[in-house]
Design a protein around this ligand. Structure first.
Ligand code: RET
Length: 250
């Protein structure tokens, strides 16, 4: 009989907790948007849209939508019963990739506008980001280990392009801004790079090498998503609101 690798109660409960947290932070961000002058509002709207998309994607996963099964084979040493044919099917939460393909470009836009990145650099970062998420989606459905890790490698190269845009081009761009913006960009871009780098590690352990189960995968992504969206958002908006209105351009 086939072996199904599924979420349990822990995973299910975690998904609902994140639904609620994303909803509450979205409401807070929209409320904050009304309280700032329109010149500062773009950051609030971007950030509120990011948590709104995450809310929708988590609602889909919690209700059982945006999920399907992907079959894979295991090596002889990993079989539960040796020398038998076994089919493994593991849940793929593809709603995540839909979420990420929209929200990660918006997160990059937040950082790019803060730094004053050029249009060319923004375009490269955003396109590399979309390539990273879509190749990551192909990796999740890879038929063979070669296909899976091949797609994973292309996604990692695209990720390095993003790192370069934020770390190098971003730093150059923000050098023209006031010292408060410079220091703040350094902290929040550094935070972003650390949090984002954990995603491919979790992917490799879960969908990649099947070392951790679906509940652990859900829990790990939940923590990362809270850090990358609501925590990032509150930090960005509170700091930006307190800055003089003459500093960043938007
Ligand atoms: C994948 C797998 C393939 C290799 C790489 C990945 C990177 C994903 C990243 C996701 C960031 C998501 C965020 C979500 C917001 O809540 C697709 C996991 C490099 C960096 C910030």
């Amino acid at each position: 009989p086939p072996i199904f690798v599924n979420a349990g109660d822990t995973g299910q409960r975690t998904l609902w907790v994140v639904v609620v947290l994303m909803a509450l932070s979205s409401i807070a961000f929209y409320a904050m948007a009304f309280r700032v002058p329109v010149q500062k509002r773009l950051f609030h709207i971007l950030t509120a849209l990011i948590t709104t998309f995450a809310f929708l994607s988590y609602f889909a996963m919690a209700t059982g939508d945006g999920i399907n099964y992907h079959g894979y084979t295991v090596t002889e040493t990993h079989k539960k019963v040796p020398d038998t044919h076994q089919d493994y099917y593991r849940q793929v939460y593809w709603a995540r990739y839909v979420d990420w393909s929209v929200t990660t470009p918006l997160l990059l836009l937040d950082l790019a506008l803060l730094a004053g990145l050029s249009g060319a650099n923004i375009l490269v970062a955003v396109i590399a980001d979309v390539i990273m998420i879509l190749t990551g989606l192909f990796a999740a459905y890879g038929k063979t280990d070669g296909a899976k890790w091949g797609w994973y490698a292309w996604a990692c190269i695209a990720y390095l392009v993003i790192v370069y845009q934020l770390a190098s081009a971003g730093r150059t761009a923000v050098a023209n801004k006031d010292s408060k913006t410079k220091a703040f960009y350094g902290s929040i871009a550094g935070f972003t790079l650390i949090v984002w780098t954990v995603y491919p590690i979790i992917w490799a352990l879960s969908e990649g090498a099947h070392i951790i189960g679906v509940d652990a995968e859900i829990l790990a992504y939940a923590v990362l998503d809270i850090l990358a969206k609501p925590v990032f958002g509150f930090w960005l908006l509170f700091t930006h609101d307190s800055m003089s209105s003459t500093s960043p351009s938007l």
